[in-house]
Design a protein. Structure first.
Length: 211
């Protein structure tokens, strides 16, 4: 199974189970234009216990690996569990939405888009950037900052810090630079107009590294 196939299968299974979800991480960054050859599938989900059980059964019926116990623990602790394609080795991280105001607002801002031939919910550009900055702050891979640089560059981003906790990303109409990717290039990037995105930050150390 290809990465594209895994994303489509998971999207369909989540929709069939009635689970609200949002693609984030490198796949969402790829949709926003920052593609790279190695990508992971990350999705934030907000299921009920019955919906989660239905989803697990759909995934198992499709021949993928998932632990029902791990999924139930993740729902209880608002943690994470994995879905793995044993043939290709592709892995998806399913993250139960955190119980905090920002995560609720981020989830509410998700956008329904046509991607990979189906309708999927994807994190907004500013929320992809914020999520990657948060992971970088927590000591995650340097690829998080590399992805942020790519997103701001491809979206013609100029970061300006205002005071201690506000930055503005200016998104312009210039086309994205081609990059190797595990997913097809999204056509919507060729039609983007000028947009200004503003979002609050509590830690600007990583933004200062990008300028």
């Amino acid at each position: 199974m290809s990465l594209e196939g895994l994303v489509r299968l998971l999207g369909a299974a989540l929709q069939e189970a009635g689970i609200p979800f949002m693609l984030t991480g490198s796949v969402a960054a790829g949709y926003r234009g920052a593609s790279r050859a190695t990508m992971d599938v990350d999705a934030v989900i907000d299921p009920s216990p019955a919906q989660l059980h239905t989803f697990v059964q759909r995934v198992l019926d499709a021949g993928l690996y998932v632990s029902d116990d791990a999924a139930r623990v993740a729902l209880t602790t608002r943690g994470m569990f994995n879905v793995i394609d044993p043939d290709s080795g592709w892995k998806a991280d399913l993250i139960v939405r955190k119980d905090r105001s920002f995560s609720e607002e981020e989830f509410a801002r998700r956008e329904s888009v046509d991607f990979l031939g189906i309708t999927l919910s994807v994190a907004t550009l500013e929320d992809v950037v914020l999520s990657k900055l948060e992971w970088a702050t927590l000591g995650a891979s340097s690829r998080q900052l590399e992805d942020v640089r790519a997103l701001l560059r491809i979206n013609h981003g100029a970061v300006v810090l205002l005071g201690d906790a506000l930055c503005t990303a200016a998104v312009g109409p210039q086309p994205a630079q081609p990059a190797a990717s595990a997913l097809p290039a999204p056509q919507h990037l060729q039609k983007r107009g000028a947009v200004t995105l503003e979002f609050g930050l509590t830690d600007t150390r990583h933004l200062q590294q990008l300028t």
